[in-house]
Write a protein that binds this ligand. Structure first.
Ligand SMILES: Nc1ncnc2c1ncn2[C@@H]1O[C@H](COP(=O)(O)OP(=O)(O)OP(=O)(O)O)[C@@H](O)[C@H]1O
Length: 258
């Protein structure tokens, strides 16, 4: 059972040593990864995903519970250790959503209740802006619906203790619900984001510059209060979005925080 993941600093794009020599990531925490375009956010996610062993362009080293994972770990367990939600859509079959989920469960031989097709669909629909119908074809899902399905799948079915998420803000899903769904599972969650609400949602922010981790910001009490206000604004916006989408007028919304 994973206790901690550790990133040992490597080199930035200019060949300088990263200011942060070691960063320990613990279970039950969300870490957001922030920085300008091209600062190396995705590269950091890739280093973690590939469990970089001091090589590659950044020369970072990823330790699992204090040690470099050996070859047998890479061959046998790595894919179950890390779940990566990216912009890519990996479902390629063209069949109704519910049939696909049933087929997948039977192929994997786990008909456990957690990931039953009905529960997975209901969970995905908590996140998707537009409801996914059970008999909708997979290839007809919108980007947001696909994303919602993948996040629900990882939250309910994946045993991976580490989750890497590359930019969910433009995915057309309720990003705060998605985060709370994932964080409820005692996992290490790393999220690349430019969104202040998501950034403040994390306990720590990993700041990148010129390809190197330059510092770690702990969320302050002031930011925590701000997060509450932003969450109220977000909830009000979501309610209004639904009303507008349904062709209704905006009334009776709780405007606290706006
Ligand atoms: N430490 C490093 N040394 C050398 N090259 C690096 C380093 N970190 C990142 N790069 C390279 O810099 C380029 C930009 O990095 P990356 O795509 O990770 O940036 P990003 O912050 O995710 O950008 P965006 O916000 O635009 O998606 C990539 O080609 C990446 O491989």
């Amino acid at each position: 059972m994973l206790k901690k993941l550790e990133i040992l600093g490597g080199y930035d794009k200019h060949g300088g040593k990263e200011s942060v020599k070691s960063l320990v990531l613990e279970k039950g925490n969300i870490y957001t990864i922030v920085g300008k375009t091209g600062s190396g956010k995705t590269q950091l996610i890739e280093d973690i995903e590939s469990l970089n062993n001091g090589e590659g362009i950044t020369k970072r080293t990823i330790l699992i519970d204090g040690v470099i994972p050996d070859d047998s770990f890479h061959q046998g367990y790595r894919s179950q250790f890390i779940a990566h939600l990216s912009q890519n859509m990996n479902y390629i079959l063209d069949m109704p959503v519910v049939e696909f989920l049933k087929l997948r469960n039977s192929l994997q031989g786990h008909n456990n209740l957690e990931g039953s097709p009905d529960k997975l669909l209901a969970t995905a629909n908590m996140l998707a802006g537009e409801e996914i119908q059970p008999f909708q074809l997979l290839t007809r899902l919108s980007g947001g619906q696909s994303r919602a399905l993948m996040i629900a799948d990882v939250a309910l079915n994946s045993k991976a203790p580490v989750i890497l998420i590359d930019e969910v803000e433009n995915a057309g899903i309720d990003r705060i619900k998605a985060m709370s769904l994932l964080i409820g599972q005692e996992k290490i969650v790393l999220v690349v984001t430019h969104d202040p609400l998501l950034a403040l949602y994390g306990n720590k922010r990993i700041v990148l510059k010129h390809g190197g981790i330059c510092h770690i910001i702990e969320r302050t009490n002031e930011e925590k209060l701000l997060l509450n206000k932003l969450t109220n604004t977000h909830d009000a916006m979501e309610t209004m979005r639904k009303l507008i989408r349904n062709g209704e007028s905006i009334k009776g919304v709780n405007y606290i925080g706006i």
